[in-house]
Design a protein around this ligand. Structure first.
Ligand code: LLP
Length: 437
């Protein structure tokens, strides 16, 4: 998929670059991003709204993968940016991302984080709870301008990837209850603040969702309320944000829609509601994370030791694991892999790919067909672009791998490999107060 192909040496090539030569230059493990594919996905979402002639913002949910280079790419493609912490916001500012296109999320933004967002002049704060309203009103007390906000609601629709459950009052840590009076209270609190401008509402129903029924259900529930508010509170929103969560294909079992298809269905549902309820069409905002970067990322590992459990399985250990991709250990997430240096060879055995962390749960893939693996082979694991690097950690004091962007035959290092020195960089030795020698 994307720009991946097999080159004349029988190696995996991405973005016109031989992945085996990438490992020679940058070492392993290594995250490689197919920039053209990220651009294609971004344009897919944007153009679908343009075709539907609907005002929209597509905000990249940067928790999926955030770095200065990524943010520069997102800016160039004209998307907005969803950040959820001071750290993501700081990175966006450092990347020169236009503040007016930054949306600030989170269920427990601190006073300092909110101040940072206000000082930067972010385009929108997605307000999650009453405490946040009081912090904002305190921070904007002497402000001459007003801060645009969305109120996050829990629409009572929860997606469990394949199906949806509708709970009367959703049990979630995020947002204001839509059906229990909380949201009406939040609306009037916000409306009483002259320095807070209520743009509209936000909801997010889950992640790695394959069909559109849940988005449509959530939109219906919100619009149902919008009609009430129009009549009772004389309030008509200018923005409805339906969150992210569009699925991608990790393995053959996954059957996601194309980005455009999600947008088309969402727009259709909103248009239906709007005409049914006799309202003005609001702007529609979405927040894809995984579907923008997930399948654009590939992790390259070197195969090392092997262990045979006779008649049961062969374990092939690689030089990374749950420290660079915690998703298999945390969510039993499934992936596919190939040998990047031997792409044309027949898959003659079924092996399991183990990480190098001291934990038996550190398995990257169970039962994957590959050629007879030898130490030094390059194992390429696909679709690691979302929640891979961003959830990477230093368990066992393993340094984080570097990130390389590839496009049109060029590669560029965009995050350096962490060094052992980096790992001890924050450590301080204890003094004689505690160590008595
Ligand atoms: N908007 C909000 C408010 C969110 O909470 C999320 C994801 C997104 C957008 C983006 O969702 P996406 O399009 O990426 O599905 N670590 C997990 C995923 C956690 C998602 C959390 N929120 C994983 O690795 O599967």
């Amino acid at each position: 998929h994307g720009t991946s192909r097999i080159n004349e040496k029988g190696h995996l090539e991405i973005g016109g670059v031989d992945t085996v030569s990438l490992t020679e230059t940058y070492g392993t493990p290594l995250y490689v991003y197919d920039v053209a594919l990220i651009r294609e996905r971004a344009r897919g979402f944007k153009q679908a709204f343009e075709r539907a002639n609907v005002k929209a913002q597509v905000a990249y949910a940067s928790k999926a993968f955030s770095s200065i280079a990524m943010f520069q790419l997102v800016e160039e493609e004209g998307l907005s940016l969803d950040v959820v912490s001071g750290g993501e916001l700081f990175t966006a500012i450092a990347a020169g991302f236009p503040a007016s296109r930054i949306h600030f999320h989170g269920n427990n933004k601190s006073r300092e984080e909110l101040k940072m967002a206000l000082d930067a002049g972010v385009g929108c704060i997605v307000v999650d709870n009453f405490y946040e309203i009081s912090l904002l009103s305190e921070l904007t007390q002497n402000s001459s301008s007003s801060v645009p906000v969305l109120l996050r609601v829990t629409p009572g629709v929860e997606a469990h990837t394949h199906d949806y459950i509708t709970t009367g009052q959703e049990d979630s840590k995020f947002g204001f209850g839509l059906l229990n009076g909380q949201i009406e209270k939040a609306i009037s609190m916000v409306q009483s603040q002259s320095a807070i401008e209520l743009l509209g509402f936000h909801c997010h129903i889950g992640s790695q969702i394959f069909d559109t029924a849940g988005f449509i259900l959530a939109a219906e529930k919100i619009f149902e309320k919008l009609r009430e508010w129009k009549e009772e509170l004389q309030y008509v929103p200018s923005v409805v944000n339906l969150g992210g969560g569009f699925g991608i294909r990790y393995t053959e079992e996954d059957e996601p829609l194309a980005p455009q298809a999600y947008v088309e269905k969402i727009v259709e549902a909103v248009k239906n509601q709007v005409s049914l309820l006799g309202m003005e069409m609001p702007e529609i905002w979405i927040e894809p994370g995984r579907s923008l970067v997930g399948d654009a990322g590939t992790t390259l590992y070197s195969a090392g030791s092997q262990k045979d459990v006779p008649d049961i399985r062969r374990y092939i250990s690689v030089d990374g694991g749950m420290s660079d991709n915690i998703r298999p250990a945390l969510y039993q997430a499934k992936y596919e892999a190939v040998l990047a240096n031997r792409m044309r060879e027949a898959h003659t055995e079924i092996v399991s790919i183990a990480g190098k962390c001291c934990e038996s749960g550190d398995m990257l893939i169970w039962d994957v067909p590959l050629p007879q693996v030898e130490a030094g082979d390059i194992v390429a694991m696909f679709c690691t672009g979302a929640y891979g690097y961003s959830m990477a950690n230093n368990y066992n004091r393993i340094p984080r791998p570097p990130v390389v962007f590839v496009e049109n035959g060029e590669s560029q290092l965009v995050i350096k490999r962490e060094t052992y020195q980096d790992l001890i960089g924050l450590d301080l030795p204890i003094s004689s107060k505690i160590l008595h020698r």
